[in-house]
Design a protein around this ligand. Structure first.
Ligand code: PHE
Length: 496
């Protein structure tokens, strides 16, 4: 039979009395379960299978209130007073003596209860009327309270008069309307062959031990109920951006690249002049770039300043004519917050001009942008180069394709573009939901860039936007959402 062990257990219990309408309590006792969730869950499965019918009906349940719970432990107030009375000689049953044995707030209500039972107060002494009748009434009441001490009881099962009596007393019982259920076997359920209801060995958890033991080969696996309600785990997790950076890092590492880093603060020389960006370029203005007042200048090796001057002014021996403009070395020394991570790869080549390399870096860059849905003044770039004798454009394109397809974007397109430091230059687009989205720039460094660095090998270079990619992966349409410290929203973002 295609049902789980809990259902088998419940059916076995119900088959012990085939025509019974089972209450929750009865099923808990018969199955040995302590949690009613099992009854409700298995009952629902068995109902679905046509073996059990579940009937709901409304009723009133009676349970103990706070006072009632205390009474079930310490005794009802009237019972305690009665016991005290019986233990005293008739002339010692004074109000004063009684008061001293009770808590302060109990004396008044206690006497009220006794009077109603037929005890009178005669010149300060308590006198009982029909003792045996009083004792039996108190006993009935105590038994009533005790009968509720194991949990709620349906009102019709209780003495009507006592329910109404205790309803009039504060805190002793609570009446609650509720829907209760009863479970009974259907005709088909009654026909179930009990010998088929043995527990089956099912495996609910796939452990490394299980996989190693080979026992899984013949095992039956517990089916998953993907519709079962389950709590949403709220444990800690890395920020989605951190997770994404880790993912990108491992992709480049696995593609054979090494990681490099660099400082946020750079000279305009390394950030721009080394890249053959003319000193008059609009991106170099204060409107686009954050220049620093402290330190206002950074030292730059005179050797490079001389080389850039020649390259920028007339091309030096790169075969280029340069920009034909005066080069200002002071401009090169200005300090700024790097505007792209290309500064890192360029400096890496300058430091290792004779070593072929494939390196990447994921780092923050800074530009004067006004913040909107798609722009931030501070964002990440995924930078990389291939610097080796045989580097070429197809190698660049296939590297980017491989990277993006490992990120889940198999459709990559490149378009001709322009950067002052690459020739050819290409822009990289990925296909997302039927649209081509631009994610970065790339190209082969121009000789004006590479020769002052000390290499004649070609360099494939790229700089890709990280936040744009993150927006696609996390399905966001506002870049700011990535950095808002909204734990709930962050918690709902996919785990990468
Ligand atoms: N530095 C360029 C940018 O910030 C990207 C780029 C890097 C382009 C390397 C070509 C080569 O957009």
């Amino acid at each position: 039979m295609d049902i789980g062990n809990n259902e088998r257990r419940m059916l076995r219990a119900m088959l012990s009395n085939q025509s019974k309408d089972w209450t929750l309590e009865e099923l808990l006792t018969e199955t040995g379960w302590s949690d009613q969730v099992h009854v409700a869950g298995s009952g629902a499965v068995l109902e679905e299978a046509g073996l059990v019918s579940v009937n709901e009906f409304r009723g009133t349940a009676v349970s103990l209130g706070e006072e009632g719970k205390r009474a079930s432990k310490e005794g009802l107030l009237e019972a305690r007073i009665w016991d005290w009375l019986l233990s005293q000689k008739a002339e010692d049953r004074t109000m004063a003596a009684l008061s001293s044995t009770l808590k302060r707030h109990e004396a008044g209500p206690g006497v009220g209860l006794l009077k109603a039972l037929g005890v009178t107060l005669e010149s300060g002494v308590l006198v009982a009327g029909d003792e045996s009748q009083i004792a039996s009434e108190i006993k009935k009441r105590s038994e009533f309270i005790n009968s509720l001490s194991d949990g709620p009881v349906e009102q019709p099962e209780l003495d009507e008069e006592l329910v109404s009596h205790f309803s009039g007393r504060k805190g002793l019982i609570v009446l609650e309307d509720r829907v209760s259920r009863k479970w009974s076997l259907t005709k088909q359920g009654v026909k179930t062959d009990i010998s088929e209801l043995e527990d089956i060995e099912t495996i609910g958890e796939v452990t490394p031990e299980l996989l190693q033991s080979e026992a899984w080969r013949d095992a039956e696996f517990k089916p998953f109920d993907i519709n079962a309600p389950a709590p949403t785990p709220s444990g800690g997790r890395p920020h989605p951006m951190i997770a994404l950076i880790e993912m990108i890092r491992s992709i480049f590492l696995e593609m054979g690249f090494s990681e490099i880093e660099g400082d946020f603060i750079q000279s305009a020389g390394w950030n721009m002049d080394a890249l053959f960006i003319p000193q008059s370029h609009p991106a170099r203005t204060m409107q686009d770039t954050f220049y620093l007042s402290e330190p206002a200048q950074v030292d730059v090796d005179e050797k490079y300043l001389d080389l850039w001057e020649k390259v920028h002014e007339h091309g030096h021996d790169t075969g280029s004519k340069g920009w034909g403009l005066d080069f200002d070395k002071e401009e090169s020394k200005k300090s700024l917050l790097r505007t792209h991570t290309t500064v890192n790869t360029v400096r890496h080549i300058a430091e290792n001009p004779d070593e072929p390399c494939r390196v990447f870096g994921i780092g923050r860059v800074f530009r004067q942008e006004s913040i909107d849905r798609t722009h931030l003044p501070e964002f990440y770039q995924i930078e990389g180069i291939i610097h080796e004798p045989e580097a070429n454009l197809p190698m660049l394109i296939s590297t980017l394709r491989t990277f993006y397809s490992k990120m889940g974007f198999p459709d990559v397109r490149v378009r001709p573009a322009y950067f002052p430091y690459t020739e050819p230059s290409v822009e990289v687009d990925v296909l997302w939901k039927g649209e081509w989205l631009e994610l970065g720039g790339s190209g082969i460094f121009r000789p004006e860039v590479t020769e002052p660095l000390g290499t004649e090998w070609p360099v494939c270079a790229w700089g890709l936007g990280l936040e744009r990619l993150a927006m696609l992966i996390l399905e966001l349409d506002d870049i700011r959402e990535l950095y808002q410290p909204d734990l709930e929203r962050l918690g709902r973002m996919p785990i990468l």
